[in-house]
Design a protein around this ligand. Sequence first.
Ligand SMILES: O=C(O)[C@H](O)COP(=O)(O)O
Length: 343
Amino acid sequence: MANAMLQQTVGGTLQLLSNSGTHCNVGNRSVRLLPKGFKLEVEFSKRGIYSSGKRKFNVIQASTSQTSVVGPLLAPSSSDTVDSHMKSNEVALILIRHGESLWNEKNLFTGCVDVPLTNKGVEEAIEAGHRISNIPVDMIYTSSLIRAQMTAMLAMTQHRRKKVPIILHNEDERARAWSKIYSEDTIEQSIPVITSWKLNERMYGELQGLNKQETADKFGHEKVHEWRRSYDIPPPNGESLEMCAQRAVAYFRDNIEPQLLSGKNILISAHGNSLRSIIMYLDKLTSQEVITLELSTGIPMLYIFKEGKFIRRGSPVAPTEAGVYAYTRRLAQYRQKLDDMLT
Ligand SMILES: O=C(O)[C@H](O)COP(=O)(O)O
C-alpha cells in the first residue's frame, strides 16, 4: 500500500502533485501515486525533478512535515490542537438519516428519487447539528441525493468547531482543477464532504412515487411490510435490503473504515435503508433482527470505533443533548478544548 511505502522514507518532505495514477521514482524509491488529483507528501532528503515513464512530476514544495498520503482536503493539520489529540486509538462515527423529505411528508415511496427536505426536515437537520456540535468531525460522507447532503450541511452549521464542509468534486479533471483550493490554511479549516451513490437509499423499483398506504391497501399490509423491512425480499424491480447492503456496506468497508482506522472522525448522512444495512454490519444484527430496526429522520446515532470494534454510544431520544450521548473520556476532552478555545 502506498501508505506503508511512504512510512519507510526518511529525511525532509517532498510534496508531489500527481496527475495520474502511476509510479514515480523519489530518489532511489519507487512510490505508487494515488489516482488523479491527490497530493502525495513523501519524505525525502532532496529536491529535484523526478520522472516516471513518460510523465514528469515537478517538486512544488519541500518542507518537513509528517509523512502522509493526503487528498486535497483529507487531513486536518496536526498543528490543529483541538483536533490532533483525537488521533489516537479512538474515533467517533456519527450516522444520521436525512431530515423529513417532501415525499416522506406525502407518505410516498422515495428510494432513489432525488427530493429535497421539508421545513420540518430542515429543522430536524439543524437540531441534529446541535446534538453533535461538540463531537469531532474530520470527514463527511453523504449519498448523492440532495436530502442527505442538505442534512449534513445544515447540521454542520451548528458545529462549534466552525470548520467549513466542502463537497469534493473529483468527477473529472476539470471538476478537480476548477474546485482546487490554493490556501493550506483554508484547507485546514475545511472538512471534506465525499458523496457517493453507493450510500443512496435502497432503490424502491416500481413502488417509487406510490403512496405507501394506498400500496398497502392494494397489495396487503403484510406484503408491503415484507418489501419495506425484510432482508432478502425486493420490491418489484427494486433492491432488497441485502442488495442495498452489497453496495452500501462494501463502500463503508472499502472507503470509510480505512479513514476511521487512520484516526479520522466521520459523519455519514444517508438514508433509512442504506443506514439500516450499515448498522446491521456494525451491530452484527441477523437478517431477523434487522427487520425490527427502524431509523427516525434526523436523529444522530453515535458510535465509538476503538481497536477495530464499533461500540454504539446511544443516540438522542431526549429533546436535549445532555444525558443522551455517553461521552467517552476523549470526547469529553475534545468538548473541553472547544470550550477553552471558544471562551
Ligand atoms: O425511500 C423511502 O420511501 C424512505 O426514505 C424509506 O422508506 P421506508 O421507510 O418505507 O423504507
